[in-house]
Design a protein around this ligand. Structure first.
Ligand code: SF4
Length: 886
């Protein structure tokens, strides 16, 4: 029996629709052609999500202090633990830290319990790390957290400005939509503003590699330029806005002319002139911004500097126009809707006496929180200093993702009560939990998510939940009931919660609040199950959504005009100095997501980037004695990480980039948030993850190794560097350490030897080399290669041997040499995840004269599925041919 279920991708804020055909075997996945976010497209992550559904590593039963418990006991203990703290020390001594991975219904009940019934606002979400500055900027400008436009605007624009956004890797389907729009519209120009030359620059007409943290100066300069060139829409400004003159005066003071902006931003004046001219002469402009803007101690100011320019030209609310914040997570927007932020009450209502009374009446709540609670970084500092004594963490991994992450780990170690609900049993955070609650995950749970264009979509279950895993909304509801609030938490299914959420959005609204989905408040359960993707607002009496807002100039400030914000000059929280001369920028890689809890389970996704790395400019590498592919220590005042060095001219001098994904589970020394400063934006509370002063020094262990093994191993002994990645049929470890060669054999045999197997070995102690392989029943079980440096045989051919049931004689003979026998190829590191096409195969193909992505796609398939690898393919062609136009 097979059935097709339409659901939504669990990864990024694009919110693509996925069709799942589930039957007796593994479910088959494809892009949902009817979903307006993706129209059938999926990126590499979405296409491989089916690989992450296995039961290995799942948390299947509740646990208390490491022993299995039943649900009743665990829920009662959570309720009692929180109640005891509240009664003894007050409601502000407890906290929830939640996640953009939760569904809106989960978020809603968690917020209702904390703010309405516990009586504290100490609930915050990991979306604080993602786009809190955009939310704060929206509220300052529009009086509400409203994204004015939609994805279609990217296709209708004549100028797209991508600032602080590596769309090609972080929101690949939107990037592909822009690529397609460019093919249809020859007028469309694209400007990328980013200190790094990222894959997104592949489609840029102009790349402005500005100095980190100088975006406000650039956009202030644009505002001054627009005024100087008489491009301000004065009729729009006077009819629908306030504060233009003050904002303009501030812009002129900070950025009086192009020369001053060029000096400040470290850019060529001609490039700035070009950018400003395009903005001044194009009426359809969309400015897309993301974490590069938000993750800053002046992120809110950056957002308002961008919005100021759109308000000045009236470029907002009409097709093909507007400022456009793209969220990182699948349901960051849903969290904003319900009040997942500590400083929002519920349904986009702030903490005014009127709203507190209104929400209290609606919930019939005895003690609605009277003031905002602690934002993420402050919340964990309060855990560290003992002000918070009980915390419940849901579906997130703050020990990896928060800045100054070792401090977060210490705080949780000391916290009297740590509850974690998660789908996975061994995250860095759940290891510290007193009580572990098994949550359902994608494919098992039901509810809604909202993507970056305000579009609410259903996530639908298509498989039974394993063990005793339960939906998050159910877990919170059961705890609330045990705390004495059963009447207010009567829910039997997520549809009931959604209706209540929709009712609250319309309660005493009268058009004064942007978030209103009361048109969906009376959905019957079958209508909720069948709900098609719809953009809010959906006011009472309507069943269709709203594609754009603000075309009528009606904003949500008390007297309705939008507000310009005078944006001054604010330096990053910490400046570089002689000890820490480089700026650390953290971010994402193409095929991984957050802290690897899901994507780390996919061999396909783990093959693109195996190790955490630091990317630095050749001049900086030379200055700090770092060679390509060696190990480097990245150090700040807060901590250190050891990662692989990648030297690249794509990096701006003085800046380095390290991806944020690796956890201790996958790379003990690769947790870069240990290094990141815990500075936050004073308005939004968002951490400054794009600017930490650091030093980089070589890390020189005595030996380097890689180890491939069918069995997952705990590499014991003197291993000081260890990275684990899943591969097809085996685990891939990159290792380094200081053990002497005399101990290698003993160590290797203790680790790898198996009964009834054959041990193959090569040792050259003088040269510092050792190699071993284990073969059982003609099948490769493990191989280990140790050398004095990272110049070890290519891993790709050896990795392929694990997919083979039997080794051929020639393969067996070539094992310890690490080289394929004649007639077999080493395909090289994976570039195209979908078709598993390696770099060596691509280079050979290009050398045979196939020098366009289309030709390569026809021959190898590479780039023809999700398209995420197309920028890398083009770069490779350019490198091989010396022709950037490929
Ligand atoms: Fe998922 Fe990729 Fe779509 Fe993001 S762009 S929602 S990760 S398929």
């Amino acid at each position: 029996m097979t059935a097709t279920v339409r659901t939504t991708c669990p990864y990024c804020g694009v919110g693509c629709g996925i069709e799942v055909t589930a039957g007796d075997g593994s479910p088959r996945l494809s892009g949902d052609k009817l979903h307006p976010a993706n129209f059938g497209r999926l990126c590499s992550k979405g296409a491989a999500v089916g690989e992450t559904l296995g039961l290995e590593g799942r948390l299947l039963y509740p646990e208390i202090q490491g022993r299995r418990a039943d649900w009743n006991e665990a829920l009662a203990m959570v309720a009692r633990g929180f109640q005891r703290m509240i009664e003894t020390d007050g409601p502000d001594t407890v906290a929830f830290y939640v996640s953009g991975q939760l569904l809106t219904e989960d978020y809603y009940v968690a917020n209702k319990l904390m703010k309405g019934f516990i009586g504290s606002a100490n609930i915050d979400t990991n979306s604080r790390l993602c786009m809190a500055s955009s939310v704060a900027g929206h509220k300052r400008a529009f009086g509400s957290d409203t994204v004015p436009g939609n994805y279609e605007d990217l296709e209708l624009a004549d100028l797209i400005v991508l600032t602080g956004s590596n769309l090609a890797w972080c929101h690949p389907v939107l990037f592909q939509r822009i690529v397609a729009a460019r093919g249809r519209n020859p007028r469309l120009r694209i400007v990328v503003i980013d200190p790094r030359r990222t894959a997104t620059c592949d489609i840029a007409d102009l790349h402005l590699a500005l100095a980190p943290g100088t975006d406000t100066a650039l956009f202030n300069g644009l505002l001054a330029y627009l005024d100087e060139r008489d491009r301000v829409d004065h009729s729009f400004v006077s009819a629908y806005t306030d504060g233009f003159e003050a904002a303009l005066a501030s812009a002129r003071r900070v950025s009086p002319n192009i020369a001053a902006v060029a000096e400040h931003c470290g850019l060529a004046a001609a490039d700035i002139d070009q950018f400003y001219r395009w903005c001044a002469t194009t009426s359809k402009v969309v400015t897309v911004y993301s974490q590069g803007v938000n993750q800053s101690s002046c992120g809110t100011d950056k957002v308002n500097a961008i919005i100021n320019c759109h308000l000045a030209t009236g470029s907002i609310g009409a097709p093909g126009t507007g400022p456009f914040s793209i969220t990182g997570q699948p349901n960051a927007m849903g969290g904003r809707e319900v009040g997942g932020f500590a400083n929002t009450l519920a349904a986009h209502m702030e903490f005014s006496p009127e709203n507190i009374g209104r929400v209290g009446r609606f919930w019939n709540a005895p003690r609605v929180a009277a003031k905002p609670g602690l934002k993420a970084v402050d919340m964990f500092q309060a855990v560290a200093n003992g002000r918070i004594k009980a915390i419940w963490i849901m579906a997130t991994n703050p020990v990896v993702s928060l800045p100054d992450a070792d401090n977060v780990r210490t705080a949780l170690e000391r916290c009297p009560l740590v509850v974690v609900s998660d789908a996975y049993a061994d995250t860095d955070t759940i290891r510290l939990a007193d009580i572990r609650l098994p949550a359902q995950t994608w494919g098992e749970r039901d509810g809604t998510v909202t993507n970056s264009e305000r579009r609410i979509s259903r996530q639908r279950a298509f498989r039974p939940a394993p063990g005793e895993a339960r939906p998050d909304w159910w877990i919170v509801t059961e705890v609330a009931r045990r705390m004495g609030f059963a009447e207010a938490f009567p829910y039997a299914n997520p549809g009931q919660i959604f209706r209540e959420h929709a009712q609250l959005s319309g309660f005493e609204n009268n058009g004064g609040r942007d978030f209103d989905i009361s048109g969906l408040a009376d959905l019957e359960i079958d209508e909720y199950d069948a709900l098609e993707p719809i953009q809010w607002p959906v006011p009472r009496g309507r069943r269709e959504g709203t594609d754009r807002l603000f075309a009528d100039g009606a904003f949500f400030t008390p007297d309705r005009p939008a507000r310009f914000v005078a944006v001054g000059e604010r330096r990053p929280g910490h400046a570089t100095d002689a000890d820490f001369p480089l700026v650390l920028n953290t971010g994402r890689v193409r095929d991984h997501w957050h802290t690897l809890t899901r994507t780390g389970r996919s061999a396909r996704l783990s093959s693109h980037v195996v190790e955490p790395y630091v990317e630095l400019h050749p001049d900086d590498a030379a200055r700090h004695g770092i060679d390509h592919a060696t190990l480097a220590r990245v150090t700040s005042r807060w901590g250190e990480a050891i990662v692989r060095a990648q030297i690249s001219e794509t990096q701006r001098r003085g800046s380095i980039f390290v991806p944020m994904h690796w956890s201790a589970e996958y790379a003990e020394t690769g947790r870069i948030d240990v290094v990141v400063n815990p500075v936050t934006d004073p308005v939004s509370g968002q951490p400054e993850s794009k600017h930490t002063p650091v030093g980089v020094t070589p890390y020189r262990p005595a030996w380097h190794a890689f180890l491939l093994s069918r069995e997952e191993l705990t590499a014991a002994g003197s291993v000081s560097y260890r990275v684990k990645a899943r591969s097809h049929g085996c685990w891939h470890y990159e290792l380094a350490g200081d053990m002497t060669p005399a101990h290698w054999r003993e160590w290797a045999q203790a680790l790898l030897m198996q009964p009834n197997s054959q041990w193959l070995e090569y040792a050259d102690a003088a040269a510092g080399r050792y190699r071993a392989a284990v073969v059982r029943d003609q099948c490769l079980q493990a191989c280990l290669f140790i050398g004095p440096d990272h110049e070890l045989p290519a891993r790709s051919w050896l990795l392929e041997l694990f997919a083979k049931p039997d080794l051929e004689r020639a393969e067996r003979l070539g094992l310890l040499a690490g080289k394929p026998p004649q007639g077999q190829a080493d395909h090289g590191a994976i570039v195209c995840s979908c078709f598993q096409v390696g770099v060596n195969t691509l280079v050979d193909t290009i050398a045979r004269g196939l020098v366009t992505t289309e030709a390569i796609g026809k021959t190898l398939g590479a780039g023809t599925n999700c398209g995420s690898c197309l920028p890398e393919l083009r770069n490779l062609i350019a490198r091989c041919c010396g022709d950037k136009a490929a």
